[in-house]
Design a protein around this ligand. Structure first.
Ligand SMILES: Cc1cc2nc3c(=O)[nH]c(=O)nc-3n(C[C@H](O)[C@H](O)[C@H](O)COP(=O)(O)O)c2cc1C
Length: 452
């Protein structure tokens, strides 16, 4: 066992489970997944996949990570129809009351985007998406319309809609924060998120009760029972995307500034809106420094108190290779096996320190199998957000039915060697989990697993 792999290469499960999974994989590849997949998993495999994101109960752990695949109503519709637990919308660039954007260099449209094979340093094969764009490049009003539309589409479905934003971050040479950007952007995102929506069953959901929400910012439970009402409390989760450009500053100044950002941002977002109306999630990035600095970022957010402490975090956004080239451009972000190796190594090292008050977190980075998702869950992740795996060429999925999201879910749940179902059964045995039902929630944060 190593820090990058708590699980063996092959799952060990009863033959009857293996046979059922193989039959289901073939059938669902031809016919599409059952509509009520969570019920099906419960009945046929004693498996409860409900969990939580940002303290909000969700029916299953799968989410769309922020990016080019969550920019339109059509994409959100496909994801809601496929039954994702949550969708994080593309990152919008914050603006102040007169439309000023200090991070406007990030509002760049992608010109070309390709899924490429990549070999990690370990020799493992995987995929990465190469492209040149950055954040949302249309107007802020158009983004607000996307938020409203996404909420309408998702109403009554159980899929949680999460905006993502890049706010002003001062450079090491700057002392002041553009708090106006935080206030204007968060306020307007919250208003859009709370607009009354017509649910799919044409029931009008009164989501404007938002201002009552402030009374109880905490979820009533982080361990919802199957069948419990999903997403009951209308508190808006918000991911803050950190992808810094600090080129030109020296290393120590950069590091000190990044650590300052991590504690100031949650407070500024919270101060922008009524108390308890937003849950702040920091999407941590892989900085150009060593693992020790990643651990320092994690320790910083965990030791923050009061309003400076985020509600949750996302770990960890893509790696950056200053020498990698794409489309005549040198220096691009990349993913694949090196990304998951690094994330898993860092989170395992962090977990070994036995943080007394662990924050909830959502995993991102090369999640292409149920097995990989569970590697993250064993290190404490309660949900999984994917981008690359929803964007592969069609021949990479066994399923021939539905959207890429639906095809990807068929692999993630039912692949006979790498799917969540066989690996949950493997873990039920190894961790002596309660079997009535076997709960994903019981795996979260369990750490390394003894081999047989
Ligand atoms: C084309 C592309 C666009 C992305 N755009 C964003 C973004 O706007 N905001 C953000 O927080 N992350 C963005 N990401 C990062 C993804 O959300 C995700 O965290 C990362 O790609 C790791 O997951 P993956 O290995 O499943 O792709 C983007 C990634 C890709 C490939």
């Amino acid at each position: 066992m190593s820090l990058t792999s708590f699980l063996p290469d092959q799952p060990q499960v009863d033959r009857s489970v293996g046979d059922r999974v193989r039959a289901d994989y073939e059938r669902f590849a031809r016919e599409g997944l059952p509509e009520r997949i969570e019920e099906y998993l419960l009945q046929r495999y004693d498996l409860d996949v409900s969990t939580h994101y940002a303290g909000v109960p969700i029916a299953n752990p799968w989410g769309k990570a922020s990016g080019q695949l969550s920019m339109t109503a059509r994409q959100v519709t496909e994801d809601v129809e496929a039954g994702l637990g949550f969708v994080v919308l593309k990152t919008v660039i914050a603006e102040d009351a007169v439309g000023g954007q200090s991070m406007r260099d990030w509002a760049v449209k992608e010109s070309r985007m390709v899924a490429e094979r990549i070999t990690g340093r370990s020799g493992k094969e995987g995929w990465t998406i190469s492209w040149k764009g950055r954040g949302w490049w249309q107007s802020f009003d158009e983004y607000l319309e996307l938020v409203r539309e996404a909420r309408r589409i998702a109403a009554g479905s159980g899929t949680l809609i999460v905006p993502s934003c890049k706010f002003h971050l001062p450079t090491p040479a700057e002392d002041s924060w553009k708090t106006d950007e935080y206030r204007c952007t968060t306020t307007r995102l919250l208003e859009a998120w709370h607009e009354p929506v017509e649910s799919r069953g044409s029931r009008v959901e009164s989501q404007n009760s938002g201002l009552r929400l402030s009374a109880d910012p905490q979820p009533s439970t982080l361990n919802p029972q199957p069948g419990s009402t999903l997403n009951p409390q209308p508190v808006m989760p918000l991911e803050k995307d950190f992808s810094p450009t600090l080129a030109g500053s020296d290393r120590a100044a950069q590091q000190a500034k990044i650590l300052e950002w991590l504690t100031v941002v949650p407070r500024l977002v919270r101060e922008s809106v009524p108390a308890g109306s937003v849950r702040v999630g920091l999407k941590l990035f892989n900085a150009l420094f060593d693992d020790e600095f990643q651990l320092q970022m994690l320790r910083t957010i965990h030791s923050a108190a009061g309003d400076s402490r985020p509600d949750y975090f996302v770990y960890g956004n893509r790696l950056f290779d200053p020498d990698r080239e794409f489309d005549g451009h040198r220096g691009i972000a990349y993913g694949g096996p090196d990304l998951s190796d690094r994330n898993l190594r860092v989170m395992a090292a962090f977990q070994r320190n036995d943080e007394p008050r662990p924050l909830e977190w959502s995993a991102t980075g090369n999640i292409t199998t149920g097995r990989m998702a569970l590697e993250y869950a064993l290190r404490g992740a309660s949900s999984f957000q994917l981008h690359t795996f929803f964007q592969l060429p069609a021949d990479q999925y066994a399923s021939v039915v539905g959207s890429k999201t639906a095809k990807a879910l068929c692999e993630l749940y039912f692949h006979p060697q790498t799917g969540l179902v066989v690996w949950m059964h493997h873990l039920a045995e190894r961790l002596a989990l309660d079997r009535a039902p076997i709960r994903l929630r019981d795996v979260i944060g369990r750490g390394p697993v003894e081999t047989a």
